[in-house]
Design a protein around this ligand. Structure first.
Ligand code: CMP
Length: 139
């Protein structure tokens, strides 16, 4: 399969709740091909760097705290129009506004603990993928 890529993370709350395998299965069922994947725990500095665009937002410290509370599962996904289609597939940032059947609607608990991250542009998909994965970790 060829297409474009997006970057995702199963967030710490979903991993801690035992939902990671279900979420990954749903991602694959949705037609997203896993090109790279790892489980890791972000340091405070890494989470601050990853979410640097939100540095001035009031929720930044809390977001960093929740993203460092335990391991994440990070992955690069490939699909046709991957960024846009994946964002549709996971649902709105706030799970309470997400469409029924989307990952965030099913597994999200709050706007912060919203189950998964998804890149918001092709440029950020590349930056975020490079943040987590070397070229030897991609297939
Ligand atoms: P994510 O896709 O990981 O990208 C940035 C994250 O910031 C987002 O998901 C939310 O978890 C979080 N976020 C965005 N807006 C808010 C908000 N208003 N309050 C708390 N967290 C937010």
């Amino acid at each position: 399969m060829s297409g474009s890529i997006t970057f995702t993370m199963v967030k710490p709350g979903s991993v801690a709740d035992g939902h990671a395998a279900h979420i990954l299965a749903k991602i694959v069922e949705g037609g997203f091909n896993i090109k790279a994947m790892k489980m890791c725990r972000l340091s405070k500095e890494q989470a601050e760097a990853f979410y640097a665009i939100h540095r001035d937002r009031p929720f930044f410290a809390s977001l960093v705290s929740s993203m460092t509370s335990g391991p994440v599962i990070a992955a690069i996904l490939e699909a046709e129009n991957a960024v846009e289609n994946y964002r549709k597939y996971i649902g709105a940032t706030n799970p309470s506004e997400a469409v029924d059947g989307t990952i965030r609607k099913i597994y999200g608990k709050s706007i912060e603990a919203n189950a998964v991250h998804g890149s918001d542009s092709d440029a950020n998909a590349e930056i975020e993928s490079d943040f987590f994965f070397s070229k030897f970790e991609r297939f």
